[in-house]
Design a protein around this ligand. Sequence first.
Ligand SMILES: Nc1nc2c(ncn2[C@@H]2O[C@H](COP(=O)(O)OP(=O)(O)O)[C@@H](O)[C@H]2O)c(=O)[nH]1
Ligand SMILES: [Mg+2]
Length: 196
Amino acid sequence: MQYHEAKLLATAANESQWPKSDLCEIIFAGRSNAGKSTLINGLVNRKNLAYSGKTPGKTRLLNFFIVDNRVVFTDAPGYGYATSDAKSALAFEKLIDPYFHNRRQLKGMILVADVRRVPSEDDITMVEYARKAHLSIIVACTKADKLGQGAVKANMKKIAETLGVNERLLVPVASLKKTGMDQLWQMIDRLVEQGQ
Ligand SMILES: Nc1nc2c(ncn2[C@@H]2O[C@H](COP(=O)(O)OP(=O)(O)O)[C@@H](O)[C@H]2O)c(=O)[nH]1
Ligand SMILES: [Mg+2]
């Protein structure tokens, strides 16, 4: 595990609060409770950089983390709980839409998906969003420690099919045990190099 320097750069409710930066950005998106915050913490080897909270879907903000002075991770609010009512779905769209459309330095999306679950309609929509914005896509399949290796493999195949993405874009991770972090970092590094 390499050392990574990470800090919160900005928290934004709207476009005027996005940080001034030229670095390549990658948005982390996923259903509430998929393991997004835990994954961000695992990638940078910190316990509480991204808040893994017990109130899923509550944050209506984008959190920008600068990592190694080289890349910015954007933590988006979780959906699922949120999109179960129309008002929250609209708030999510208002936050995300301009970011996908107008953020020039946004180059990639890491879709965070629980390896035990079939992707939701919202997950599929996020992939479509990312495609429209010409982002590179990585799918981090979390909680791989909760299944045997065979089941992880089978589920990942199904997840790729449901999302309509190449299986090579998927990576199994167990963020608490820090498994899969190196492989995911390799994919992130490639994305950053392409994005420059
Ligand atoms: N076993 C296991 N639990 C995980 C993993 N990643 C996250 N969790 C747990 O799943 C729950 C939701 O994680 P969190 O990061 O808050 O999800 P978020 O809502 O997507 O940010 C927490 O209880 C985490 O401890 C993992 O890789 N393995
Ligand atoms: Mg979270």
